[in-house]
Design a protein around this ligand. Structure first.
Ligand code: 3PG
Length: 211
């Protein structure tokens, strides 16, 4: 699964209030060429939204974000998500996902947290909240000592079309995530064409880095 994630440079971070929007949202992303999604466990609709996307679009890499409680972790495994993420590093959650052979990407923002992750056998970590924690320069310096060990980061928090490539250009960054690709309001207003266009725009932009 890690290899699959590494092939996708941009991950949309979704906050969904109505599970009925799950399928049209996933369709809008797929139309834009995006076959990965992070549905955050921040709303009551998240478990049903995850289950509906899993059923309707099994080809999608289905991620659950903001997995912070043991109940949410259990829900993720029961739903059969492809991967999970969290803002912080909770050893219990890491262990639970590992026991269930499911990729988990915990959040870090200090060297000690990176080393705690490494000690648990993790080398893909989320840098969160990227912008507020010091942005591209912080991540460049924070990640440098761990790059030889193969540690890679997915920064989220404060990313947008204008700064995404500054992060993607760092060798330690393998993917970036953001909610601007499909905002809570755009989802609530069912602006599917707008979301498709934003996704296309971001993927075209990301391609400039690898070009
Ligand atoms: C996350 O959960 O990864 C972040 O909240 C996304 O941050 P953003 O809303 O600034 O993109």
């Amino acid at each position: 699964m890690l290899n699959e994630i590494l092939k996708r440079p941009v991950i949309p971070v979704i906050v969904i209030d109505d599970a009925n929007d799950a399928e049209p949202l996933a369709e809008a992303l797929l139309k834009g060429g995006m076959d990965v999604i992070e549905v955050t466990c921040r709303t009551a609709a998240a478990p049903e939204a995850l289950a509906r996307i899993k059923k309707a679009f099994p080809e999608m890499l289905l991620g659950a974000g903001t997995v912070v409680t043991s109940d949410q972790a259990k829900m993720c495994i029961d739903t059969g998500v492809s991967f999970g993420l969290a803002p912080g590093l909770n050893p219990d959650t890491v262990e639970f996902f590992q026991e269930n052979n499911t990729l988990f990407i915990p959040g870090v923002m200090t060297p000690s947290e990176i080393e705690a992750g490494l000690a648990m056998g993790l080398n893909m970590l989320k840098f969160f909240p990227a912008g507020a924690a010091g942005g591209v320069n912080m991540l460049k310096n924070l990640g440098a000592p761990y790059a030889p060990l193969g540690v890679r980061f997915c920064p989220t928090g404060g990313l947008n079309l204008d700064n995404m490539n500054d992060y993607l250009a760092l060798p330690v960054v393998s993917a970036i995530g953001g909610s601007w690709l499909a905002t809570k309001q755009q989802i609530a207003e069912k602006q599917w064409n707008v979301i498709t266009a934003q996704v296309k725009e971001a993927l075209a932009k990301a391609a400039e880095v690898s070009a």
